[in-house]
Design a protein around this ligand. Structure first.
Ligand code: GLU
Length: 330
């Protein structure tokens, strides 16, 4: 049960909103479960409403079957939510509305560069190290008038957000003060294409804003995207949510958990009759909440952590190495 605050009329209101925002691009695995568990506990500890939003924009990687499986996975894990909002793919008109606003403000420009053109021009190795290739700014001087011409020619292009120069700083609830110069170190980024759906960076900001999200808990691979999203919030005059990034789960080779590390899909664990409490207990142990892995439910964890309000600041900051056999033998 989420805690509620009573407003002046006596009606109860939640203290804010957090969200679970899985992408149905494949099966959810142990790494996703760990992030969901932290996000859910964080929200429930603070009496925030939990919103479930399926981010199904990434065509053609989005899989129809993965939608229902996400719900099964969450229910199996013992994580609940208060409201499920429409999938991102159903909100394209709203994203286009905001895109239009950004276009009128000349915050975005049409870019016709292909992926290989971008990769070739960004040749300096340091430019590739932070979060993908830094866009070299080839089309940066274009305006929305150029877009009209491109439309008339029937050309395909991406809308890129133009980062203003200078440093940006923000504070992550776990990793603390973050700062860099996005225009130089990240480069202008794609918010939509004139063919196909809007991009994640735009959709996530519009959705989090429209859905009243006040807290975002997600994997640390999105720390750099936060700079992009914060500049979008700023351009739109919206307040951003509080950000809490959590460390990723990696395989024994130090790379982000993937198929090559074995089958860690939650659906497989279910089929193999692994009890969800066993996985949750294992994750809780990996997060330093239990001295050794033992079966426990998210609800039991909630009461355990509820007595210990600074559990968030004590979360581990480095990635957790997952060894499949550990789970089956624990
Ligand atoms: N949909 C993204 C994912 O599943 C999460 C995006 C976000 O939390 O902002 O990795």
């Amino acid at each position: 049960m989420s805690m509620k605050r009573r407003d002046e009329t006596g009606a109860s209101r939640p203290l804010g909103r957090s969200r679970l925002a899985p992408s149905p691009t494949g099966a959810q695995h142990v790494g996703n479960a760990r992030t969901f568990l932290i996000a859910w506990l964080d929200a429930r500890c603070d009496g925030l409403e939990v919103v479930l939003r399926i981010e199904d924009l990434d065509t053609p990687r989005t899989k129809a079957w993965a939608n229902d499986q996400i719900l099964e996975d969450l229910i199996w894990l013992g994580l609940d939510w208060d409201v499920q909002v429409p999938n991102a793919s159903q909100r394209e008109n709203r994203y286009r509305e905001i895109l239009d606003l950004l276009r009128r403000q000349e915050q975005i420009y049409p870019c016709t560069c292909s992926r290989s053109e971008i990769e070739q021009s960004a040749s300096a190795p340091h430019e590739n190290s932070l979060d993908g290739v830094v866009y070299p700014g080839t089309c940066r001087e274009r305006t929305s008038v150029d877009a009209q011409q491109l439309d008339e020619q029937g050309a395909r292009y991406a809308w890129r957000f133009r980062f203003a120069s200078g440093p940006r700083a923000w504070c992550d609830a776990l990793y603390g003060e973050q700062s860099l110069e996005p225009a130089r170190q990240l480069g202008d980024f794609v918010v939509a294409r004139n063919y196909g759906p809007s991009a994640y960076q735009l959709a996530v900001v519009v959705d989090d804003h429209d859905q009243g999200i006040t807290r975002v808990v997600r994997g640390s691979d999105l720390i750099f995207s936060t700079y992009r999203q914060l500049d979008l919030y700023r351009a739109l005059g919206w307040d951003p949510p509080q950000m809490l990034h959590v460390p990723l789960v990696v395989g024994p080779d130090g790379k982000r958990l993937a198929k090559r590390h074995g089958d860690t899909r939650l659906s497989t664990l279910r089929e193999q009759k692994v009890a969800p409490e066993k996985l949750v207990g294992y994750l809780a142990w990996s997060l330093g909440w239990l001295e050794r892995p033992r079966p426990i439910s998210p609800k039991e964890l909630l009461s355990k952590l509820g007595d210990n309000p600074d559990w968030r600041s004590r979360l581990p900051r480095s990635p957790w190495v997952f060894r499949e056999c550990d789970l089956f033998s624990s």
